[in-house]
Design a protein around this ligand. Structure first.
Ligand code: FES
Ligand code: FES
Length: 169
């Protein structure tokens, strides 16, 4: 089955079995190995990409469901010579060890900061009618779908705070 997507700003067409996940389409059909397959069951967040501006687990979504969609992967956020603010902050704050979870963490954090700026509440937001307060607790909650088996979570929080121009509170 043919599916047209925009991936990292470039129009791409894949020809794949309709059961092909977006994750496999990105990695296997389009040769973009930055997005990682961890659990393949929606539990670890390693496969997080940004579709139509929102973060999703690409292992839980079929590629054919995304006809015409705009998809951004870690390869679309920055390059080695022009890292995004979050990518730079992950390097500066030692936000990774093996690096396997890192693309998903950075894609998730990128979309999460936009959700935060848009005033979306989370499970730990006290007053859902007010702008959410940018705190470690909010970041931990909003990033709870991205697991790091190397336990880099404290440094990941520091990197997100830095990229957002906030101090730890
Ligand atoms: S590989 Fe998709 S959530 Fe783990
Ligand atoms: S850096 Fe190794 S799993 Fe997160």
């Amino acid at each position: 089955m043919k599916t047209d997507l925009t991936v990292n700003g470039r129009t791409r067409t894949i020809e794949a079995d309709p059961r092909t996940t977006l994750l496999d389409a990105l990695r296997i059909h389009l040769g973009l190995p930055g997005t990682k397959k961890g659990c393949d069951h929606g539990q670890c967040g390693a496969c997080t990409v940004i579709v139509e501006g929102r973060r999703i687990n690409s292992c839980l979504s079929l590629a054919c469901m995304h006809e015409g969609d705009d998809v951004v992967t870690i390869e679309g956020l920055g390059t080695p010579g022009a890292l995004s603010d979050l990518q730079k902050a992950f390097v500066e704050h030692d936000g990774f060890q093996c690096g396997f979870c890192t693309p998903g963490q950075i894609c998730s954090a990128t979309a999460m900061l936009a959700e935060f700026e848009a005033g979306w509440p989370s499970h730990v937001t006290g007053d859902v009618a007010a702008d959410p307060e940018f705190s470690v607790e909010e970041i931990a909650e909003r990033m709870s779908g991205n697991l790091c088996r190397c336990s880099a979570h404290p440094n990941i929080v520091d990197a997100i705070l830095d990229a957002a121009g906030r101090a730890r509170s």
